[in-house]
Write a protein that binds this ligand. Structure first.
Ligand SMILES: [Zn+2]
Length: 280
């Protein structure tokens, strides 16, 4: 009887601890997020790593630092020096191995070797995006994201991509295929920091959710918002299209945190929310 009770108790403890370990592990990968508890004082200071400001989060009177793990990080033990206005401190975490797929795509030659005029255009567009990348919007972030469009997931985050058999940039977001004209809604609240019709992106909306957490929605058929506009979660921001480098109507959605591309599905599959709701 005593042994049975002990086994039951043991199972209960394991079932309570296991999700915490599991969620923490699935988050600490390339394109994931590492979460670190900080003091209330630190929460109200500017925290940065390598000159890039970092996101903080407040939940149940506890304070956290959220670090977006760059795709090109080394696997294994990582130690980062964080600056907090007054002093330095280190955060340590173990980046777990995660395998990514490989994909071969054929695109028009003009996207591989743009001519001189197009090249000048690309340079200007890159500068505008770089500027938007550096914006800071002091807003309490809503991490409970929803998918911006209903459709079929046709492209995963982190895939190694070969364009016309030559390796290009990794796939830094997700692709959701849907009919041209399908409405796209904001996955979380934010402010429109840039819109445009660019060479590679086609028509796009760049949303700042606050504290360095940003989303970009590209290849749109139509943009439904204006620069500077404040957006609520669920508001329509555009329509699915196939503008720019695109092989068919779909939404490409990328998310960055401290300028590192992170997997948007971490935010929509509630991995972060589960993590925080299990923290006591
Ligand atoms: Zn894509």
């Amino acid at each position: 009887m005593y042994i049975r009770r002990f086994i039951l108790f043991f199972c209960l403890i394991i079932s309570l601890i296991a999700p915490l370990i599991l969620f923490a592990n699935e988050l600490i990968v390339k394109g994931g997020i590492s979460i670190h508890e900080i003091s209330e004082k630190q929460f109200y200071r500017d925290l940065s790593h390598d000159g890039v400001k970092l996101a903080t989060y407040n939940h149940n009177n506890k304070y956290y630092l959220l670090y977006g793990i760059p795709y090109h990080s080394q696997i294994g033990r990582t130690s980062l020096q964080i600056k907090d206005d007054l002093e330095y401190f280190d955060i340590k975490f173990d980046i777990k191995k995660k395998d990514f797929k490989t994909q071969y795509i054929q695109v028009a030659k003009k996207y591989i070797t743009p001519d001189k005029n197009d090249f000048e255009r690309i340079k200007k567009e890159r500068l505008k995006k770089l500027k938007a990348k550096s914006f800071w919007y002091e807003n309490n972030i809503d991490l409970n994201f929803v998918l911006p469009v209903k459709g079929v997931l046709t492209g995963e985050f982190g895939t190694r991509r070969f364009y016309n058999n030559k390796e290009g940039r990794f796939h830094n977001g997700i692709d959701i295929a849907a009919k041209k004209g399908t409405l796209i809604s904001a996955p979380s609240a934010g402010k429109v920091i840039l819109t445009g019709d660019y060479y590679y992106n086609g028509k796009f909306v760049y949303l700042d959710h606050g504290k360095g957490l940003k989303s970009i929605f590209i290849h749109l058929d139509k943009i439904l918002v204006k620069h500077g506009q404040l957006i609520k979660k669920g508001d329509f921001i555009g329509k699915v299209g196939s503008t720019g480098v695109s092989t068919g109507p779909h939404l490409h959605w990328s998310v960055t945190l401290n300028n590192a591309y992170i997997n948007p599905l971490i935010l929509t599959d509630k991995a972060l929310i589960r993590h925080f709701s299990l923290e006591r």
